[in-house]
Design a protein around this ligand. Structure first.
Ligand code: MEV
Length: 341
């Protein structure tokens, strides 16, 4: 399976991030004594968010257009951070940096270099709190960088554990779907902690649109939990149906059935809205996608802010969808094609 991804970010002179990505790609990440790098891509959930927290299956795709690169080097004393959110010593870091610090310490524990101070630089194009897995991305990129620094090979399960430690600080309880998708290069089905790669029968062009509003996954998950307690019959019915849709989508993905998939996306969105995790801006974007001929559209991730994912008919239609979504208020859009190898 092959994933092609494009963003609508204009071509720009080489940035620290693009330099880092080039160095990761060329394998130039382990010079003796020099800084080492780890990278990770974002994710989008196609079906099953929230329901997955209660054990339902979910389907998610990697978003290669959005990437973070962590660069680490050894430091004589203490840990120092350079990121868009904070520059300084770990001891002075604000609460928002704690998931990043936990990723560093967890990766150090896993690789046996807990007593080493590190200098960590994080460059990321993954927007924070938009349902695209930014905390899992940080966890995976940091795990890979620290493993390179320690000269240790971490397998996918160990990287997952580091990312889960980071997720726990960022969101509280996590189903594990985000880190598993961020680690995977291909779309996955996630069920009960198990990951399976998915067959895709035809190229599928998805458009992601950022509502421009931050969403707190922890708060959205908490709100669903409260609704479930208050109205168990209705809410568990919605959760069951979201799981059935996710499971049913596997055949549609394998057949490359855009119409069928799209219809399921619209239906899943209705149920997520009933769960209480949509908002005015997300509704506007789903409506705009429908009006612009998307075969399907829904919120993706925790919701209550964040992004919408829409299914286009082809690449050219995807470009028109991006335009329509930006006109409807999307702060940013990205396009990604999922196809069979
Ligand atoms: C967040 O990207 C996905 C949720 O299902 C939470 C989780 O799986 O832990 C809302």
């Amino acid at each position: 399976m092959r994933i092609k991804a494009e963003g609508n970010v204009p071509a720009s002179p080489e940035t620290a991030l693009s330099r880092s990505i080039r160095r990761v790609a060329s394998g130039d990440s382990g010079r003796a004594g020099g800084p080492v790098l780890g990278s990770a891509h974002a994710k989008a959930i196609l079906f099953g968010e929230h329901a997955v927290v209660y054990g339902a299956p979910a389907v998610a795709i990697p978003l290669h257009a959005l990437t973070a690169v962590a660069e680490v080097s050894p430091r004589r004393e203490g840990t120092r951070i350079h990121s868009a959110l904070f520059h300084g010593d770990a001891d002075d870091a604000p609460a928002r940096i704690q998931p990043l610090l936990e990723a560093i310490y967890s990766a150090q524990r896993h690789t046996g270099i807990s007593d080493m101070g590190v200098e960590l630089r994080l460059d990321s194009t993954v927007p924070y709190e938009r349902g695209l897995g930014s905390s899992a991305v940080v966890g995976v990129a940091v795990a890979r960088a620290v493993a390179a620094l320690a000269g240790v090979q971490m397998d996918a399960d160990e990287i997952f554990e580091v990312a889960m430690d980071c997720e726990r600080i960022a969101h509280g309880r996590s189903s594990g779907l985000d880190p598993r998708t961020v680690i995977s290069e291909v779309p996955i089905r996630f069920h009960g902690g198990e990951v399976a790669h998915i067959q895709v029968g035809a190229p599928l062009v998805f458009v992601l649109a950022d509502s421009g509003h931050a969403g707190s996954t922890a708060r959205a998950v908490g709100a669903v939990r409260a609704s479930l307690k208050a109205d168990p019959e209705r809410i568990s019915g919605l959760i069951d149906r979201l799981g059935e849709i996710a499971e049913g989508s596997l055949d549609q993905l394998a057949a490359g059935d855009r119409e069928g998939l799209g219809a399921q996306m619209f239906e899943a969105h209705r149920h997520l809205a009933e769960l209480g995790v949509s908002d005015v801006a997300l509704e506007r974007l789903v409506d705009a996608a429908r009006a612009a001929g998307a075969t399907g559209a829904k919120l993706t991730g925790g919701g209550r802010g964040g992004c919408v994912i829409a299914l286009a008919r082809d690449d050219e239609h995807g470009a028109r969808l991006e335009h329509a979504l930006r006109r409807a208020g999307a702060a940013r859009t990205w396009r990604t094609t999922v196809s069979q190898a």
